[in-house]
Structures are given as C-alpha cells and as structure tokens.
Design a binder for this molecule. Structure first.
Ligand code: SOE
Length: 385
C-alpha cells in the first residue's frame, strides 16, 4: 500500500469525524493507498497538540500556510469554518496538494467557482464531504433509483430539523457557534443543513431548474462571543423552498433550528410511478420502500434493515444484522476517494459537483429576498447537456 500523508486543518466536530475516518479506513477496506496522519493544524497550540496526541497525528502546525509548504503532505483536508475554505483550497491547489473540503464547499457560488477553477487548473484530486450519500441505506436508495425501480419520479420531499438555537441567550460566533455568524458561515440553515438535502437530492434525482423560497431569522440579535457586543444576526434560522427538477419532479425542502424536539431529523421521501422511498437519519440503517409491483395482498411499506453483505458497504463491517452508524459514512467516503485515486479517477461529490449545491443555495437565498422564482445556475455544463 502506498502511504498518503494527510494534513488536517481544523479540530472541531468535523476534524474529529475526518480523523476517525482516516484512522479506520485501512482496517476495513482493501485499498491501494493508506492514509497517514502526518499533521494537524489549528491556531491554538495547546489544543492542537492535545488533539494530535489523542488522534495519533505525528506533528502539528499552527499556521495553515506552513502546512501547505510542507513537502511531506500529500493531501490537505479542510475541516475548519466556511470562511476559510476558499483561501486554503486555492493555495493548496497551487501547492499541488490533493484536497478534501468539508461541506458546504464555500460561502457562496462565486467563491465556489474560484475553488473549482483552482483545483481543475492544478489537476489535483478533490472531493467535498457530503457524507450522507455514503450511509448504506442512502446508497441503496441511489441503486434502486438508478435501476429504474421507481420509474418516473414525481415528488421529492426533504427536511432537516434541529432545535438547538431557540434560546435567545445563545451567543453567536467563536468555536462551535460560528454557524450562527453570517460572516463566517455564509448563511444559516440553507448552507449548513439544506446543503446536505440538496446534495443528496441532486445525486438521487438530477439537477434542479428553479426554486422559490422563504427564510426567517427568529432571533434578530445575539451577543457575539468575539466582540462581546450584541450584534445583528445575519443568518437564516429557518428556510423552506419549493423546487422544480429538470426531470419534471416537484420538490419541497424545509430546514430550521427551531423545531423543538428535533435534533438532526434529516428525512427524505421520493415518490415514483412504481415505487416510493423514505429515509430518516434518526433510523439511518433502515430504508423504507414501497413497491407497487408487489402482490396486492401483501403490498405495503417494507422497512429494509440495510445490514446485509450484499447491501452497500456492509460486507466491509460485521456480520449480517449488525448495524453501523454516522461515523461510518465518513469512513466510506474516504474509502471511495482512495479507491478512485488508485484507479486514477475522481470520487463524487467533486468540488464541481458541490458547486451545483452552492448554486441551488444561492438561488434559494436570492428568491427569499426577491419573493420570486429564481433559476439555478449551471455548475456542470457537461452534466446538464
Ligand atoms: C449542524 O448542527 C450540523 O452539525 C451540520 O453542520 C452538519 O453538517 C450536519 O451533518 C449535522 O448538523
């Protein structure tokens, strides 16, 4: 196995999820490349050192530019807040590094386009961590759709509901709470949560044509952790939008951080001519499937426990019936990236694939302002043709 030296930037929630994936992948998957945890980078020396020790990184850095200068780093993994993605990715591409980037790709479409141009000009392998594609039940949904089992798709319905920002006392900004600070996050639930729903939807059901949206910011001011002052809240706390897919399907999407009782309720339902699919992140190893072709007397929704060896990724884990969880979706994504790398191919979603999600987010946020239907820009002319 060839060694692939990883330089991880960021040690928050996503830094941990990615580090865990790099550590585990070679234990479970047969690949041409083996990730080596070479360096982790973050500003706080004490904390980054402790993170390196805990997760087994050989070295640490406190300046991402230094990390990019290092000859012993093959792949840069961007797991820091959204406002840093662009500069790091463009510099890493110029330095000839492979790049993995946490979602969303960028703060907005134009920024994302610059990142796409940089990686494509440099010809470096790249991928964005939209991990839910690699939940086995979601991958199974993709297989069923691609096999034509649903037939023509009429409806796509997705939600991502949380409730952690309801308190007015919750500040914005700084570690953990940068998601509430528009200058760092770019947007609220649209870029953070709906981006997941959009990525999955584009993957399962193709490109969107146009959208019409509404957003709301329920708490208008919050204390900022860095300035210590009460500042205007610039993010969308909630967003709902309608979409028309290019294949003619109608869609509804909803996300909020104000749905009391829901922690990370990502669900989607797809209704086709012959069959329907429903998936729920809180029950992530199950795929609900209704097939109209079943014999009438026993026809009904099946709850498929996606844990058997002939179901996506599951032959790599335990014995049939034993389920896996959230973190495994990241392991699968690294495995797919390394497998593709071994074959000289790219694994999706590439930066360009993720740009399409960014363009949908831009159209959604624009529509929420204009009150009109907005056309989604084309990110991939080849795919659209
Ligand atoms: C927000 O709470 C968040 O952590 C997102 O940033 C992640 O992308 C999502 O998977 C879970 O929720």
């Amino acid at each position: 196995m060839k060694k692939l030296n990883i330089g991880l930037i960021g040690y928050g929630f996503m830094g941990r999820a990615h580090a865990n994936a790099f550590r585990k992948v070679s234990n479970f998957f047969d690949l041409d490349y083996e990730p080596v945890l070479k360096a982790v980078c973050a500003r706080d020396e004490g904390k980054v050192k402790a993170f390196a020790r805990r997760w087994g990184f050989e070295t640490h850095e406190t300046d991402w530019r230094k990390l990019l200068e290092r000859k012993d780093i093959d792949l840069v993994d961007i797991a820091c807040p959204n406002d840093m993605h662009r500069d790091i990715a463009i510099a890493a591409a110029k330095a000839g590094k492979m790049i993995l980037c946490e979602k969303p790709l960028s703060m907005n479409g134009p920024e994302g386009l610059k990142m796409v141009q940089a990686v494509e000009k440099a010809g470096v392998p790249n991928m964005v961590w939209y991990n839910y594609r690699r939940v086995p039940a979601v991958t199974l949904a993709k297989q069923l759709i691609d096999e034509g089992r649903l037939g023509r798709i009429f409806h796509y319905r997705a939600k991502f509901l949380q409730d952690w920002t309801i308190s007015k006392e919750l500040p914005q900004g700084g570690a953990g709470l940068w998601r509430l600070d528009v200058k760092v996050a770019g947007s609220g639930v649209t870029g953070d949560l709906l981006a997941h729903c959009i990525d999955t939807a584009l993957w399962l059901n193709g490109s969107m044509d146009k959208v019409t949206a509404m957003t709301e910011t329920f708490v208008k001011e919050r204390k900022h952790n860095l300035s210590g002052k009460v500042e205007k809240v610039g993010i969308d706390d909630a967003c709902a939008f309608l979409a028309r897919f290019k294949n003619g399907a109608l869609a509804t999407f909803e996300s909020t951080r104000y749905a009391r009782g829901h922690k990370a309720l990502y669900t989607f339902e797809i209704n086709g001519e012959h069959a329907s699919i429903f998936w729920d992140l809180h029950d992530l190893h199950r795929l609900q499937y209704f097939d109209h072709g079943d014999e009438g007397r026993v026809r009904g929704w099946r709850s498929v426990h996606v844990t058997d060896g002939d179901q996506p990724y599951m032959d790599k884990w335990w014995v049939p019936g034993l389920q896996i969880g959230y973190e495994h979706s990241f392991v699968h994504q690294v495995a797919d990236f390394l497998q593709a790398l071994g074959k000289g191919k790219s694994a999706s979603p590439t930066f360009r694939d993720a740009l399409e999600t960014q363009y949908v987010c831009d159209a959604v946020l624009k529509s929420a302002k204009t009150g009109r239907w907005e056309k989604v820009a084309t990110a991939n002319a080849k795919k659209a043709a």
